[in-house]
Design a protein around this ligand. Structure first.
Ligand code: NAI
Ligand code: NM2
Length: 448
């Protein structure tokens, strides 16, 4: 409620007063300690994340890895955040200071709860800010572990606060007068609302929104790697991934071979209890989302797409899983650009395969979308690879791989997939502001 949101912001504000005075080296040491604790508690956090979200524990561990890596990365940058010195006439000079913004708000989606909270809080805290974070009400648990860990590592109490709730809570946060910035991960419609709310207080926003990314497979590619890339691009976290390459464009010469292999591999994905070691796909986030995804498959069939595998409700053999929100991962063939399954973000394990003939044609079609989060290309021709990514309208492009996320590289979208970046050096700019100081060494020459 409004009252709890205010308490969280006030406590973050108090912590900010202490934190902002610390040197980068001091902040760095605490972030490194937090990273160490995450590494030490990795299996436990991954288990909580699996219970939280439903993704396989095998995959959840990878999310926890990119989380502590993000803290380590920004710990490394914290001490080198600085400004510049500029000489002016007559011995006068100026300098700039890079200062924190204050209390930042993070609002997260349910697909990568711990990772999203880490990717937002690590650069925020490294720059000297405080953060109040609101996880999705579908995945409220793991972010609390992060808060616990920051506290144990030695941040001032309240520096990273978690508030629970849905849209109303998010709105209170975006409107709060003591909030300096909002970083949001979620859907395009909510992103627009947040931008609107934040604009009332002239607060900067970072928006990490949805996508419908193209993955382009040329006939000169290493086909085994291309198949693995397409699996990585579509089936992590039950397909509930914003940057997934769900429009798989395959050059006609290898369409049959590629499709056959992708279908073979998709059928092998082990679905079941996500806490079991060999499971690679768990249940979707909730029943209504499952129905929503299955609805897209029905519609795809009606519009002429061919289900090559999966796309059905799945009831695992284990009786304790019988009411789970499981479905079999789906590959759709015979897809055309105008179909709903090709145009809209499904956010489930559904790959659409499209064929193409020429580079110019596929570029035109790949870019014909309002989204622009990610894109991928598989080819052995290095000139073509760089020529194609230079033309793709997407914030993150992969050559001969997909959905890897080294924290050293910026991540974020073009077009309606949002703006601002997470990870990489550049994100320091999104969590700090520049102060200019002009120093007079002589007398004031007044106009009056
Ligand atoms: N670009 C990226 O990095 C990512 C984008 N996404 C996108 O997120 C979507 C799925 O996640 P959902 O949780 O369903 O998205 P969502 O937009 O429904 O919710 C996201 C968060 O915003 C909060 N929220 C909802 N309405 C709000 C309002 N009016 N004001 C303030 N906060 C509000 C929710 O409680 C939740 O914490 C997909 O569209 C996906 O593409 C998901 C993960 C990563
Ligand atoms: C880790 N990765 C690249 C698969 C997804 C990260 C973005 C998201 O939160 O959906």
């Amino acid at each position: 409620d409004k009252k709890e949101v205010d308490l969280a912001v006030q406590s973050a504000k108090a912590a900010f007063k202490i934190w902002r005075k610390k040197s980068g080296m001091e902040r760095s040491r605490i972030l490194l300690e937090a990273a160490r604790i995450i590494r030490e508690r990795k299996d436990e956090i991954a288990t909580v994340e699996t219970i939280n979200n439903g993704k396989s524990v095998f995959e959840a561990r990878l999310d926890i890895d990119t989380s502590w890596q993000c803290l380590e990365y920004y710990a490394g940058l914290a001490a080198s955040m600085g400004g510049e010195h500029v000489q002016l006439p007559g011995g006068s000079f100026g300098y700039t200071r890079r200062e924190p913004l204050g209390v930042c708000v993070g609002i997260g989606a349910w697909n990568y709860p711990f990772q999203i909270a880490s990717w937002k809080s690590a650069p925020a805290l490294a720059c000297g800010n405080a953060m109040v974070f609101k996880p999705s009400p579908f995945t409220p648990v793991s972010t609390l572990l992060l808060a616990e860990i920051y506290t144990e590592a030695g941040v001032p109490p309240g520096l990273f606060n978690v508030v629970q709730g849905g849209a109303a809570t998010g709105q209170f946060l975006c409107q709060h007068r003591d909030v300096a910035k909002v970083s949001f991960t979620g859907s395009v419609p909510t992103g627009k609302k947040i931008m609107e709310l934040a604009s009332k207080g002239v607060k900067p926003v970072t928006l990490e929104l949805g996508g419908k990314s193209p993955l382009i497979i040329f006939s000169d590619c290493d086909i085994e790697n291309a198949v693995r890339g397409a699996m990585m691009a579509n089936f992590l976290t039950q397909g509930e991934v914003c940057c997934n390459g769900t429009r798989v464009f395959v050059q006609r010469e290898i369409l049959d071979k590629f499709t056959e292999e992708v279908v073979k591999q998709t059928k092998k994905i082990k679905i079941g209890d996500p806490l079991e070691e060999d499971t690679r796909m768990g249940p979707l986030i909730n029943r209504s989302h499952l129905q929503h995804v299955l609805g897209f498959i029905e519609q795809a069939k009606n519009e002429g797409a061919k289900v090559l595998c999966g796309g059905d409700l799945c009831v695992p053999e284990d009786p304790k899983l019988k009411d789970g929100y499981y479905m079999t991962p789906c590959v759709l063939g015979n897809c055309k650009d105008g179909m709903t399954c090709v145009k809209e973000e499904i956010f489930g394990p559904v790959m659409s395969i499209l064929s193409f003939d020429t580079e110019a044609e596929v570029l035109e079609r790949a870019n014909d979308t309002n989204f622009g989060l990610a894109a991928g290309v598989f080819t052995r021709d290095i000139q073509r690879a760089h020529r194609v990514v230079a033309e793709l309208q997407a914030g993150v492009c992969y050559i001969n791989n997909y959905n890897v996320s080294p924290v050293e590289l910026p991540f974020g979208g073009y077009k309606m997939s949002g703006f601002g970046r997470e990870n990489g050096r550049v994100t320091i700019e999104y969590y700090s502001q520049l102060k200019t100081i002009c120093v007079e060494m002589g007398d004031v020459e007044s106009v009056f």
